[in-house]
Design a protein around this ligand. Structure first.
Ligand SMILES: Cc1cc2nc3c(=O)[nH]c(=O)nc-3n(C[C@H](O)[C@H](O)[C@H](O)COP(=O)(O)OP(=O)(O)OC[C@H]3O[C@@H](n4cnc5c(N)ncnc54)[C@H](O)[C@@H]3O)c2cc1C
Length: 469
């Protein structure tokens, strides 16, 4: 059985109901950003909103400088708050400002590469998906990729975006040098040997130190990857989690709420013949889970039985392709998300608690939880800093539904073990708690103040997050 057929076969009962909104995955109901307005200067102000529609603003200016000189001039000359924006895929309000938004879309693509060292210098505004073909043609591959490839490289690094794999670091760990244009318009190159402290801070910068125009990446040889997806009873997959994470290049688990099964996904290098990924099924499967929730949230036993029945004879999916066509999936069903990174040994006990709380108190939640592992590193604001390997748990709420009751209820479960939130995903930690959890947090705040003495890169959210507000 394919995931698309989640509700067919054994669950024929539900098939008689209309599949409302499945063609656009509900996107027609996106929250509306503020309306465009014409300012006193006659200029039209266009609204900005993030991917889920949860964050929005009405910037006075939306600029896309064409060169580093132009960027430096506008940073040095502009008044008010300036925020760099990538592709708007963060759930936290890191980006919104009603003053100036700067897009790096003209700083995109592969600039140069070294075939021997397998390094590549790319524009900070490059979308991850745009780097796949040119890097592959140059014989290179990114060390790892997140779930999707719509994010920009600089935007991903700014929040410590990651994929999964016990030996695979987050994207910022592939950076071996970068160039930052500070709020005063100064271009600073840095690397582990040139301005090493700036480099360690700028690897995960929250977009608060300056605008990253280019990044040099240490890549790996390009390769084909084999992706395998299967369904297994939750308890059995949790039992095997550690051995699967140790045995595979990349392993993750999706825990489907209100049923007894989970999905495992492994990705490994291979030289097997091409077997491209078929049409994306995840979006339809999630909408099917929504439909079951809509119909049966009041009758949990029937909902559990139906999902269990539908998943019992699920046939594993296998795909073989070049790395950049294997890692990313399509996420058409919009949601808001909270993800916490935890000491690895606490991952699975915490997962059981989160699952139990979600199922007992939040019958409306239908999105699967995502469980991943990430190798540690030393960047000052990396949530993986100081750990050999971290484990992460992500919970999601459909974008039309208030995410806060779920997130507020689950977040306390991560606190006893010093959980660190994904910077781009919703959380409520204060600067005091962050300073306790990140040994270099106060150094980051001090460096930010030195590079940006007037705080022009800080919107209200960042001011509060960094303890200035
Ligand atoms: C559908 C979906 C799937 C996701 N999957 C994953 C996943 O698998 N793994 C994961 O870890 N995260 C994931 N995320 C989160 C996402 O990767 C991060 O929020 C990421 O930061 C978004 O990148 P962006 O280019 O959209 O940046 P934005 O959200 O636009 O900006 C993020 C931060 O980067 C800063 N920034 C942007 N450009 C620059 C620049 N040139 N210089 C300096 N700072 C800059 C911004 O100011 C801001 O602080 C997902 C999000 C969505 C919506």
């Amino acid at each position: 059985m394919k995931r698309r057929d989640l509700l067919t076969g054994s669950a024929g009962l539900v098939l008689t109901m209309p599949l409302a909104g499945c063609d656009d995955y509900g996107a027609a109901n996106m929250p509306q950003p503020p309306a465009a307005v014409v300012g006193a200067d006659g200029q039209r102000r266009l609204p900005w909103q993030n991917w889920s529609g949860y964050q929005s603003s009405l910037p006075e200016r939306r600029l896309a400088p064409a060169s580093e000189d132009e960027l430096a001039r506008l940073l040095a000359d502009s008044r008010g708050t300036i925020r760099p924006v990538g592709s708007g895929h963060s759930f936290t309000p890191l980006v919104p400002t009603d003053d100036t938004l700067i897009s790096l879309r003209h700083f995109s693509g592969l600039l140069q590469h070294d075939p021997q060292a397998l390094t590549a210098t790319v524009g900070g505004g490059s979308r991850l998906g745009s780097l796949g073909e040119p890097l592959h043609a140059a014989g290179q591959a990114l060390i790892n990729m997140p779930d999707i490839d719509a994010q920009t490289l600089a935007g991903s690094m700014a929040t410590a975006t990651h994929g999964t794999g016990a030996q695979l670091g987050a994207l910022h760990t592939a950076a071996i040098a970068l160039r930052l244009v500070t709020p005063t318009g100064e271009a600073l190159d840095c690397s582990p040997s040139l301005r090493p402290e700036l480099f360690a801070a700028a690897q995960v910068s929250l977009g608060a130190l300056g605008v990253i125009t280019q990044v040099t990446l240490q890549n790996v040889p390009t390769t084909r990857m084999k992706r395998r997806v299967w369904v297994e009873p939750f308890d059995e997959l949790v039992e095997r989690f550690d051995s699967l994470a140790a045995a595979h290049h990349s392993f993750e688990m999706y825990c489907i709420p209100h049923c007894d099964h989970a999905v495992g996904i492994t990705i490994d290098p291979t030289d097997e013949p091409l077997q491209p990924r078929g049409p994306e099924q995840d979006n339809d499967a999630v909408m099917d889970l929504k439909r079951l929730r809509d119909l049966l949230a009041w009758f949990p036993a029937a909902r559990r039985w139906l999902i269990n029945m539908a998943l019992q004879d699920y046939q594993p999916e296998v795909a073989v392709d070049v790395w950049h066509r294997i890692f990313p999936s399509s996420r058409a069903v919009r949601f808001n998300e909270m993800e916490y990174h935890l000491p690895r040994e606490t991952l699975l006990p915490t997962l059981r608690e989160v699952r139990q709380r979600l199922e007992q108190r939040h019958p409306g939640v239908f999105f699967p939880m995502e469980i991943r592992v990430v190798r540690g590193d030393d960047a000052w604001l990396s949530p993986f800093q100081g750990h050999d390997t971290s484990g992460s748990i992500a919970v999601h709420r459909y974008y039309e539904e208030d995410p806060l009751p779920l997130f507020r209820d689950v977040e306390p479960l991560y606190q006893p073990m010093g959980g660190r939130p994904h910077w781009g995903k919703m959380h409520s930690l204060t600067p005091q708690t962050l300073a306790d959890r990140y040994p270099r947090f106060n150094d980051f705040v001090a460096l930010q103040s030195r590079l940006d003495p007037q705080g022009r890169l800080l919107n209200p959210y960042l001011r509060t997050l960094l303890g200035h507000g």
